[in-house]
Design a protein around this ligand. Structure first.
Ligand code: NAD
Length: 332
């Protein structure tokens, strides 16, 4: 460890995001990096050029402009990029970073915590049919006989299907292991021993869709996952089942989903849609069996400090010349 602090540049938008991550005046970074008082929202101005010229490490966040080859050319001392979000791929091309010998880190594990918590809550409330029960109660403004009108509900020995043993999917599985729900998992890349450790039963996607009372989606968007939840898969869901999507809208054939939801046969909890947000006149806004949230499953409000803590720990490793604990190097 040298005495001089590495020069850091923070690049994110809005600039207040940096305080939400690292505290007032970014106090959490004190002693770890020489963080310029300037938080860049763009690179292509004289201030951006000056700061990049000296930067050893870039701390990027949501809204960071792309780190193109031209931007990186202006940062000859740059050794690392620490991204306060799911993947540094959001701000630069991983192959370019590898060519330039940049060490990359991301806060995907820290961001997975609130998404998994949101999902866990959504699964349990879907099992209780809380949304439908609330609607009924409001309409009636009187006694609801649970044993008659809400018979087919509850979170005991019912089945949840998870699609994708991603960072988030694994966390959801671990939270579900504390319940009396049976958990199925579809992930063609998960080794069987890992499934055993997660207390889930691996199965095919069609089997999962047919057998699950609640299906929750957690894969990344790839060529393989785009549109994977299509009309045929949705048609397999049992009457009364719920689809939860906190991953990305593109994983679901949204027109097919709307067609199913319109019948009232299934319900959905959607934190993401295509596009995201939806146009004001989209049918999903008005369907009573749909819960729409504005992409809030990931870190919001107080949870941003968890992302910041994660980045601070990575910067401490960088300062000591140690490798990142959450290094991102694969070109996927
Ligand atoms: N709603 C939000 O606020 C929010 C926040 C963070 C992440 N996300 C989304 O959540 C999803 C998961 O994010 P993550 O960071 O945990 O992902 P990740 O990068 O950890 O996911 C990679 C894993 O996905 C699994 N996978 C890959 N292809 C698959 C396939 N064809 N079928 C099933 N599983 C497959 C594999 O296990 C792979 O290791 C992503 O779509 C991401 O965009 C949403």
């Amino acid at each position: 460890m040298t005495d001089a602090l590495p020069k850091a540049v923070l690049a994110m938008r809005p600039a207040t995001l940096a305080e939400d991550l690292f505290g007032p005046a970014c106090a959490g970074l004190t002693g770890l990096v020489d963080a310029s008082p300037h938080i860049l929202e763009k690179f292509d101005d004289p201030l951006g050029h000056d700061l990049l010229a000296d930067a050893d490490v870039l701390v990027t966040g949501w809204g960071c402009p792309p780190l193109t080859g031209a931007v990186l050319d202006r940062a000859p001392r740059l050794r690392a990029v620490v991204h306060a979000g799911g993947s540094a791929a959001a701000v630069l091309d991983l192959a370019t970073a590898a060519e330039r010998g940049l060490a990359l880190s991301n806060a995907g594990e820290a961001n997975a915590v609130p998404v998994a918590e949101y999902t866990f809550a959504a699964i349990l409330l879907s099992g209780k049919r809380a949304r439908a029960a609330e609607r009924l109660y409001r309409q009636r403004r009187d006694y609801v006989d649970r044993e008659v009108e809400l018979r087919d509900t509850g979170n005991y020995r019912r089945t949840v299907g998870l699609v994708g043993a991603s960072r988030i999917g694994r966390r959801v599985a671990r939270l579900l292991a504390q319940t009396d729900l049976d958990v199925l998992l579809y992930d063609p890349y998960l080794p069987v021993p890992d499934a055993v450790n997660l207390s889930v039963r691996l199965c095919s996607l069609p089997e999962l869709m047919t057998a699950s009372d609640v299906v929750s989606l957690h894969p990344p968007v790839t060529a393989e996952t785009t549109g994977m939840i299509d009309a045929a898969m949705l048609g397999r869901m049992p009457d009364g089942a719920t689809l939860i999507n906190t991953a990305r809208g593109a994983i679901v054939d949204q027109d097919a989903l709307v067609a199913e939801l319109r019948t009232g046969r299934i319900s959905a909890v959607l934190d993401v849609t295509t596009p995201d947000p939806l146009p004001a006149d989209h049918e999903l806004w008005s369907l009573p069996n749909v819960t729409l949230t504005p992409h809030i499953a990931g870190a919001t409000g107080s949870e941003l400090r968890r992302l910041g803590r994660h980045v601070i720990d990575e910067l401490a490793r960088f300062r000591q010349g140690a490798p990142f604990a959450y290094s991102e190097s694969k070109v996927s």
